[in-house]
Design a binder for this molecule. Sequence first.
Ligand SMILES: C[S@@+](CC[C@H](N)C(=O)[O-])C[C@H]1O[C@@H](n2cnc3c(N)ncnc32)[C@H](O)[C@@H]1O
Length: 203
Amino acid sequence: MKDTGLVAMTEFLRHPSMVGSAFPATARMVRHMLAPIDWDNVRTAVEYGPGSGRFTFAMLARMRPDARLLAIETGAEFVEKLRASSDDPRLIVAHGSAEDVGRHLTENSLGYADVILSGLPFSTLKQEDAETIMRVTGSALAPSGIFAAYQMRTAVLSLINRQFVDVRQGYEWWNIPPCHLYWASKLRGEGSYEDQIGGSASA
Ligand SMILES: C[S@@+](CC[C@H](N)C(=O)[O-])C[C@H]1O[C@@H](n2cnc3c(N)ncnc32)[C@H](O)[C@@H]1O
């Protein structure tokens, strides 16, 4: 089986706009991105676009023994490599698109997600696909859930702002390429956290 770095490079050369970067995330970026999440209270985590698994294994290391991680990936080679690299019973690797997160959660009896981490290259996804993914993300998250995303560009920010009331931002230089980091919570709109608490929070 191919080495992880080689899989990342070949998948990037095959599908540059879907993979976004030929280089896996650095350990420093992974720590930065995962630090604000309260892992003790995460029962169901979802990762969009795990790629070579840098975030996947770091998330598992922080998660409770009874938690589950659903990793959804379109790249067949990444899926095969991830499945072969872990026998952790908490990890489910689904071959498919983040657009179908609801179906994958249901099929695996997982309920709502407490955290959804996205590695998707939103700036190079088709606009309608990016919008669909953000919409289904809103439906898949628990009321107290967090959507976390890292991006080379800021394309995802307007989509995040449309969907969430609270949005925190960071930046990580120590990555190729350097990335914007986002942590979003409190869904807007019908059936959202705002409705459930009967509040009138604004951006
Ligand atoms: C920037 S890479 C992620 C890199 C990964 N975090 C790492 O450090 O190795 C983006 C990943 O998203 C995957 N991807 C792209 N579109 C997707 C979609 N609609 N659903 C799920 N995965 C997708 C790509 O195949 C790729 O593995």
